[in-house]
Design a protein around this ligand. Structure first.
Ligand code: DGL
Length: 289
């Protein structure tokens, strides 16, 4: 039976969910986390619902059985769209939090009423997203752009050395894909008729925020989900009385954050170092068939 001192499980198709983990770590300083990057099976975005649902099911089982998680954060919009209902049906006692593109918060921010949404094809063509958009019909003009290949390119880019601060954007694969998709969406800016708010509907995309910013200009607001999801997770744990307190009976031998991957450890370690300042000792290779 999970206790307040049990870890929270977090997973994504790869390293993108580290953006959510970063927010979770900041919001809940007394919690322990087990993060699983399913990089051997990434990207999820172009694979179809059945595949993503099967992976989500296998990973949830694995995190419960092997790590005794007390709650699950599906740090992946694509897996949430394909499988959060099944997770909740199959694991009714496991508190779970999913992600969806933050289009509602974007409505509160936009002044021009033109909102861009980028995400994977899986997320943006899902029934769940379709329902969400239907519920907001007439409230804003949404420009929805699936970004095939972008999450996968971000995964691959992690293995490359980080560019020097202030270096001009080069023609990397990620930059080229960002440019192609942003240009396809129309005009960005604060003038009437321009898109002034961009929803990052995939957890990987925050890691190309600087490339996106260079394309859309300084006036466009980016909306992502890390912080609201961390707040929601905290609230949920409070509701079920499983929030770890400062005096929790922590096992001091176990690191606060364990990072697991079904893919190359070096890639996860590079991402964890670059984005969370964590060392390679936190990272392990696992198999989740
Ligand atoms: N990071 C994921 C998301 O938020 C999926 C990326 C992918 O594997 O295609 O949708």
């Amino acid at each position: 039976m999970p206790q307040a001192s049990s870890p929270i499980g977090v997973f994504d198709s790869g390293v993108g969910g580290l953006s959510v983990l970063r927010a979770l770590l900041a919001a809940m300083p007394h919690e322990r986390f087990v993060y699983l990057a399913d990089s051997a099976h990434a990207p999820y975005g172009e694979r179809g619902d059945a595949y993503v649902a099967a992976r989500t099911h296998a990973i949830t089982q694995y995190l419960r059985e092997q790590h005794g998680i007390k709650a699950l954060v599906v740090a992946c919009n694509t897996a949430t769209a394909a499988a959060i209902h099944e997770v909740r049906n199959s694991h009714p006692t496991l508190p779970s939090v999913g992600l969806e593109p933050a289009v509602k918060p974007a409505l509160a921010v936009t002044r021009t009423g033109h909102v861009g949404v980028i995400g994977t094809r899986g997320t943006l063509t899902s029934a769940k997203f379709g329902k969400l958009m239907d519920s907001l019909a007439g409230k804003a003009h949404f420009v929805v752009q699936p970004c095939d290949g972008l999450a996968h390119a971000i995964e691959r880019s992690v293995a490359r050395p980080e560019p020097a601060p202030g270096a001009p954007a080069d023609a990397t694969e990620t930059a080229a894909l960002c440019e192609r998709y942003i240009r396809a969406m129309g005009d960005f800016g604060a003038a009437p008729g321009q898109i002034d708010t961009l929803v990052l509907g995939c957890t990987h995309y925050i890691f190309v925020a600087h490339e996106l910013r260079a394309l859309v200009g300084p006036q466009v607001q980016f909306i992502e989900t890390g912080e609201p999801v961390a707040r929601q997770t905290r609230r949920l744990l409070e509701t079920v009385n499983l929030l770890a307190g400062p005096d929790g009976d922590h096992d001091t031998q176990t690191p606060r954050t364990r990072l697991l991957t079904t893919g190359p450890v070096a890639m996860l370690a590079a991402a964890a170092q670059r984005w969370l300042g964590l060392t390679a000792e936190c990272c392990e290779s696992v198999s989740v068939p």
